[in-house]
Write a protein that binds this ligand. Sequence first.
Ligand SMILES: [Zn+2]
Length: 130
Amino acid sequence: MNRAKKKIYAEELKEIKKKLEKRFDCKITSNKDEASIKAIANVLDTLGIKNKEEFMKNVAITIYKTIYLPFEFGCLTIDPLRQLELVAHELEHVLQWEKEGVLKFSIDYLTKGFASKSPLDPILPDTSQC
Ligand SMILES: [Zn+2]
């Protein structure tokens, strides 16, 4: 990919992110900052997940109206289509949180699995697991 094309992709992805956040009234962020790490760690503690560092490196998670990705959305080292695919999947969870409420959704998360693999993983997101 040449530099000019990369720039277009980066800007398009930024634009798409803004539109999705507005449309779904949510936030799409990476799990790299301290506040995000804390929020996710709390949930993982509740779920009894021990290897938090490994989880955060590989897995996307949606907590209420925030989608935490294990990378910066729009980064060009990951295929833009795979990023969009993952975000589309996580947006379903935003809608589920909204529709089912925090309690029911939390129970489903606990009993049916709760997160999708990141596109960093060579395996496509396994929707049956989330
Ligand atoms: Zn999922």
